[in-house]
Design a binder for this molecule. Structure first.
Ligand code: AOF
Ligand code: ZN
Length: 365
């Protein structure tokens, strides 16, 4: 098979995705080496702290000089000393003729200087091949490295009329099995999954990745006063090690806090707003401290509304089941505005069928 710049980049992206769940907070990076349109070696960033994709591909090629070869990578080769030495230096030393880059590295320590270094050494560099796709697969990394905040995905499984539960709180299962499978794929992609107190109580979820091969994210419950009972699934022995509760600094001083900590559950103190709700931006900064670059907010209405009111949602996945609930609990019902100009705006990115459900994917920009 003859590889063009684009098809080689497609392959680099495929390889990059193999790092899902293993490289965060680093980006997912894949690399192929082309000679006369043929791939002679491949590599990807396999684990956090490990060698970068370019190093892996170069090692796999097992040769000294790459004159006449093109290196294709979805993220600009690094130029800084992090946990590993600069890839740009290695590419120059190995005498590559050309480098094709998907996107500039948003990391301020790199941000164009990797490409500059290569060009200064006389290497032909092309930037921006399949740039949209490249940016998409590393959107968590980009947000995190440029703002210090995790990328926030809100997931809503609702009826045609926007309800996530009946007025008695019944919410299992509004959406189809296909939709739920997609949620498990999403869970596998993020570093953490978050729910509110009521959802923890009513649904008693595990928040694990099931039905697909994957890695379980960290599990976060927002429980301001630490009133949730210890017998919930999330707090059972097999799960508690990866379970975090966000609570008020006051709640941290209580006996319940001691009991939870002794059980191995981690408590994350978060500032409280005047309204008595946990402050979302300070929770997000606390998550960053825990190495979390992406979070999936799974409900309920209270937590989703709190995130909406803080304008902290980057992406929204709406799973719409073909049922009408009527007088139920609406997905964002606690998010109150008076004028349309105050509404949160999203852009539709994709619309697909999910069994009988509709899956709509929106981003903020
Ligand atoms: C690449 N290829 O495969 C990755 C890159 O601490 P380090 O040495 O692992 O450096 C991490 C930074 O390097 C990361 O923030 C990003 O800017 C870049 N990651 N770069 O050329 C890779 N993983
Ligand atoms: Zn590197």
């Amino acid at each position: 098979m003859f590889f063009t710049d684009k098809s080689a980049m497609k392959r680099a992206i495929e390889l990059a995705l193999r790092g899902t769940g293993k490289v965060s907070p680093n980006p997912r990076v894949g690399c192929v080496i082309l000679e006369n349109g043929q791939i002679i070696a491949e590599g990807w960033h396999e684990e956090f702290g490990g060698p970068h994709a370019e190093v892996m591909a170069i090692e796999n090629a097992a040769r000294d000089s790459f004159e006449g070869c093109t290196l294709v990578v979805n993220l600009e080769p690094c130029s800084h000393f992090g946990k590993t030495p600069p890839c740009a230096d290695l590419i120059i030393e190995k005498r590559f003729s050309k480098v094709i880059v998907g996107m500039i590295d948003p990391n301020p320590d790199v941000s164009g200087s990797g490409v500059q270094k290569l060009r200064d050494a006389g290497i032909e560099v092309e930037v921006g091949i399949l740039e949209e796709e490249c940016k998409w697969i590393n959107r968590f990394f980009s947000k995190h490295i440029t703002t210090g905040l995790p990328y926030v995905i809100a997931k809503v499984g609702q009826s045609l009329d926007g309800c996530i539960a009946t007025n008695r709180g019944e919410s299992k299962w509004i959406t189809s099995e296909e939709s739920r499978r997609k949620v498990h794929i999403l869970r596998n992609e993020v570093d953490a999954v978050a729910i509110g107190k009521k959802t923890a109580q009513l649904d008693n979820p595990l928040l694990t990745v099931r039905d697909i091969d994957g890695i379980n994210p960290k599990r976060i419950v927002f429980d301001t006063d630490l009133t949730l009972p210890l017998n919930l699934n999330l707090f059972q022995e097999d799960y508690r090690e990866n379970t975090y509760i966000c609570c008020s600094p006051n709640a941290l001083q209580t006996r319940k806090a001691e009991t939870l900590k002794l059980a191995g559950i981690k408590l994350v103190p978060v500032e409280v707003n005047d309204s008595g709700k946990l402050n979302i931006p300070s929770a997000l900064y606390a998550f960053t401290e825990l190495g979390i670059t992406s979070i999936l907010v799974e409900g309920g209405a209270e937590l989703l509304s709190n995130f909406a009111a803080s304008q902290m949602i980057d992406e929204l996945h709406l799973f719409i089941a073909p049922i009408i609930i009527g007088n139920g609990i609406h997905s964002f019902e606690k998010f109150k505005i008076n004028y349309l100009k105050e509404s949160l705006e999203f852009k539709l990115r994709a619309l697909t069928n999910c069994g009988q459900d509709i899956h709509a994917l929106f981003t903020v920009n």
